[in-house]
Design a protein around this ligand. Structure first.
Ligand SMILES: Cc1ncc(COP(=O)(O)O)c(C=O)c1O
Length: 415
């Protein structure tokens, strides 16, 4: 019974492994782990529970995971130079919820980036913040749409006195003005939460703003976008111990029970990789994004934020409305083994979400497998060939990818 169905499941997994291994994977929120990080997935830890903290669990049998989790916290603190780290959230959204649940009460005012402004759904009414309050005010933006308007935001904070100011976003090209908002936030008693889900690997590699050093109170993030680990979340902070304990309770029991132990060992291996190679990796990511943006611009595509040098992160945003919009373009590129996603651009309203003007491109995964500036030029050529010349390039993409199969910036080749 079910033999053929199970065989089909196995076949699909193999097909996925093979297929995405020969694509240009350019989704800005995705990443691959090193061989050695992947090798420790699927262990006995996948079956176990370990509620609580190392050394003070509610179950027996947790000695081994206690060692892993204790080391993970220690090396995460070293990597980010902070006092506290919470590694139990199982995703970025789960980490956000752990924090939001401790700070936001019904009726409180929260400020965040709107969805067209690049903000994440968990910062909106429909997402996590919306479970705690409906008073969510979007940051005013500058005319170009990719920056927060500091003067207007300061004025607004002074007037409406938000409880939380949530910086960081999903379409995230440039740093946020943390330092510029610190004083006014302090004055009105607002905590600054920086959602670094997308840019955590760039922060670790010292190629993006350091939110905690610039004055953010809490850094929340995913561990699997530019940070090249398994799919989990993390919370980092230098807050006083008493306030940190509230967040700790937000993670457990507030927003999780068991915390998916299986992905802790690979996260520890990835943390070692980032301590050793993070700066080189993150520098190449930013260089690659800037090279790809300039190359696409040269091809005549409408790459966003040109006046600001296109990007300072792993992402590139392109207005593709003249090719039918983000939905049509991402499907067409997908048929050619170039995988990216459609994205609202700042000048659009939410009602465009089914076919927004933009696509978002992330170069972090292809950088991790060793692509550099020459391959970014080639990637721009391939995208332009599909969109502007109507060519089919799937086979060319396969050939290009064949040379980039091994994860770099890792200990995979070490004995
Ligand atoms: C800014 C931001 N925060 C949070 C998240 C959620 O992360 P996760 O998918 O790990 O829950 C995302 C996801 O892409 C994001 O872009």
């Amino acid at each position: 019974m079910f033999a053929s169905q199970i065989a089909r499941v196995e076949e699909i997994v193999n097909e996925q492994n093979e297929w995405r291994g020969h694509c240009l994977n350019l989704i800005a929120s995705e990443q691959v782990m090193s061989r050695r990080a992947r090798a420790v997935l699927g262990s006995d830890f996948a079956h176990r529970y370990a509620e609580g903290h190392p050394g003070e669990r509610y179950y027996q049998g947790t000695d081994k995971i206690d060692t892993i989790e204790t080391d993970l916290k220690r090396y995460m603190k070293k990597l980010f130079g902070c006092l506290h780290t919470e590694v139990r959230p199982i995703s970025g959204t789960n980490a956000n919820e752990a924090v939001f649940s401790r700070y936001i009460h019904p009726g409180d005012i929260v400020m965040a980036n709107s969805t067209p402004g690049g903000g994440h759904i968990s910062h909106q009414r429909a997402g996590s913040v919306g479970k705690f309050t409906r008073n969510i005010v979007s940051f005013p933006r500058t005319k170009d749409g990719y920056h927060l308007d500091v003067a207007k935001t300061r004025r607004l904070i002074r007037t409406i006195k938000p409880k939380l100011v949530i910086l960081g976003k999903s379409l995230f090209l440039f740093p946020e003005p943390i330092q510029e908002l610190c004083e006014v936030c302090d004055k009105v008693g607002a905590r600054i939460v920086f959602d670094g889900a997308h840019v955590l690997g760039l922060i670790a590699g010292k190629q993006f703003q350091n939110p905690l050093a610039e004055g953010a109170h809490i850094l929340v993030a995913s561990t699997h976008k530019t940070f090249p680990g398994p799919q989990r979340g993390v919370i980092l902070s230098n807050l006083p111990a008493e306030e940190w304990r509230r967040i700790d309770k937000g993670a457990f029991p507030g927003s999780s029970s068991n915390h998916h132990l299986d992905t802790l060992p690979p996260l520890l291996i990835t943390t070692f990789e980032m301590l050793a190679f993070g700066e080189a990796y993150a520098a190449q990511v930013v260089k690659n994004a800037q090279t790809l943006a300039a190359a696409l611009d040269k091809k005549g595509l409408d790459v966003q934020a040109k006046q600001f040098g296109f990007t300072q992160s792993h992402q590139v945003a392109v207005d593709v409305s003249r090719f039918g919009g983000g939905s049509a373009v991402s499907s067409l590129l997908g048929e050619n083994n170039i995988i990216l996603n459609m994205n609202l651009l700042p000048f659009e309203s939410l009602s465009h979400h089914d076919n927004p003007a933009g696509v978002r491109i992330g170069v972090q995964e292809m950088t991790r497998v060793g692509m550099k500036e020459a391959e970014m030029q080639q990637t721009a050529d391939l995208i332009a060939a599909v969109l502007m010349d109507g060519k089919r390039v799937g086979e060319e993409v396969k050939k290009m990818r064949a040379k980039f199969q091994k994860v770099q910036y890792s200990f995979d080749d070490a004995k």
